[in-house]
Write a protein that binds this ligand. Structure first.
Ligand code: NAD
Length: 438
């Protein structure tokens, strides 16, 4: 059993804290947001994540988990995970490290001898070396390690309890060995279960995360670029993806053409990576990421264009139902959500937009109070001239096209995620369009 803090209890930190307590560690979650701390202490998840409510309840019941906004309570604990946000800076590509710096500076005076600060936030390469100095200046026998996190929202509990790999970025020498031994104790369960461990230096550990997200973004934008060529040539991108995906070197996963990626990680991480490469004089190496980003952003514009094409070029006054607001299914996260972005663009272009989502309505309402919100896909689609599926929640995949056809004003559907059964919708009399397909 290790005594630890988890500093920053958002999508990453709250799940990490509860998982660590479930695994037997004694965990104090710390967040500057007192409202979030109170909710978590009362077993109320501040966000939607499948399996998290049960996990949180179990962890609180074990008395090995509690939350606080007082960083001085970190004193005496051995391991301190840093899980605060690293958003994109306003009007810049670079990551804003103000929260990471604030967290480490606030923690430093409370570090005990031999304690370890473990960075999990996604940071530009070089950050760990800088933070390590803050840690050792405050407590010469304390250490810093970088331990990037790869969890996927929607699968965060499973990914935290059973990660597909663990990476330690460690200092050189004896401090590195001590840090490794402490981390091995923290991750004893996963390591015993055979999870691969990669032990490396700070810079490599930081770059692993940036490289992994860049690769995933590239794969998505690759298939979306193919979708553009398919549209221009009359081909079908879903069949193309199936065919190339059979090659195990390529693989079918992450090859679903559609509205592209969003969320609190991929977009800002590839931009921060480009910015950092520029500072290092390696900007040419990542010039391709600029194209990956613009292919991705073009999808949103193209989606609105497709909507306009249904109506001869203008959506002014048209009633459009948008199904899905979260950046991906099984999440309520709307950070840089392509779905919400498209809904907002259509509203700005004069359409009457009614939106719905199984989990993300409350978050979307705060960001875009001017959109009209509905409680169900049926309520959103009643009287609609066009229905758009922009987040591929399972419940939207299985809508009944015949029944749905009786509530709309015009049977037009835009499948922004290539998630629907095209033939079934067409058979029920709908005009069906999707990105990358005739
Ligand atoms: P988030 O915005 O949901 O959570 C960040 C939390 O940190 C907030 O609750 C905020 O109040 C708190 N915070 C800010 N400053 C603080 C401080 N000084 N002390 C204590 N708490 C503070 O963000 P997130 O999605 O959990 O992401 C956190 C980090 O993890 C980011 O660097 C992100 O890139 C990375 N990451 C996220 C995911 C994911 O799926 N969300 C996956 C892998 C990595």
């Amino acid at each position: 059993m290790t005594t630890m803090t988890v500093i920053g209890c958002g999508y990453l930190g709250a799940v990490h804290a509860a998982c660590m307590a479930t695994l037997g560690h004694d965990v104090l979650g710390i967040d500057v947001d007192a409202g979030k701390v109170e909710q978590l202490n009362n077993g109320i998840p501040p966000f939607f994540e499948p399996g998290f409510p049960e996990l949180l309840a179990e962890a609180l019941k074990s008395n090995r988990l509690r939350f606080s906004s007082d960083i001085s309570e970190a004193a005496g604990r051995t391991v301190h995970f840093v899980c605060v946000g690293t958003p994109q800076k306003r009007n810049e590509y670079a990551a804003d490290l103000a929260y990471v710096d604030a967290a480490v500076n606030a923690l430093a005076p409370h570090l005990s001898p031999g304690a370890i600060v473990v960075g999990k936030s996604t940071v530009p390469v070089g950050t760990a070396t800088r933070l390590a100095d803050i840690v050792t200046d405050a407590q010469p026998t304390a250490m810093l390690a970088w331990n990037p996190e790869f969890l996927r929202e929607g699968l965060a509990v499973q990914d935290t309890l059973h990660p597909d790999r663990i990476v330690y970025g460690l200092p050189d020498g004896e401090a590195g060995e001590t840090a490794k031994a402490l981390l091995d104790e923290v991750y004893e369960n996963a390591l015993a279960g055979g999870t691969p461990l990669v032990v490396t230096d700070y810079a490599t550990a930081e770059l692993v995360k940036a490289a992994a997200n860049s690769f995933l973004a590239t794969k998505i934008s690759f298939i979306n670029a193919m979708a553009e060529v398919c549209e221009a040539s009359g081909a079908d991108v879903t069949k193309l993806a199936d065919a190339i995906g059979h090659d195990p070197r390529i693989g079918r996963r992450f090859l679903n053409a559609g509205l592209g990626f969003g969320g609190g990680c991929l977009p800002k991480d590839i931009r921060a990576f480009m910015a950092r490469a520029g500072e290092l004089g390696a900007d040419q190496a990542l010039a391709f990421l600029r194209e990956i980003d613009s292919i991705n952003m073009r999808r949103r514009v193209r989606m609105v264009d497709l909507a306009r094409e249904f109506f001869g070029g203008s959506i002014v006054g048209r009633r459009i139902a948008v199904l899905g607001l979260a950046f991906k299914p099984n999440s309520d996260d709307i950070r840089d959500s392509p779905a919400l972005n498209v809904a907002a663009q259509m509203k700005l272009q004069g359409a009457s937009v009614v939106v719905t989502d199984p989990q993300a309505v409350a978050n979307a309402q705060k960001a875009w109070p001017d959109l009209e919100y509905a409680e169900s896909p049926q309520a959103a689609a009643t009287g609609a001239d066009l229905v758009m599926v922009l987040t591929e929640w399972d419940e939207y995949r299985w809508l009944n096209p015949a029944e749905f056809g009786t509530i709309v004003r015009g049977k037009r559907i835009l499948d922004g995620r290539n998630a629907l059964d095209r033939e079934a919708w067409r058979a029920a009399g709908w005009q069906y369009r999707a990105l990358g397909r005739r």
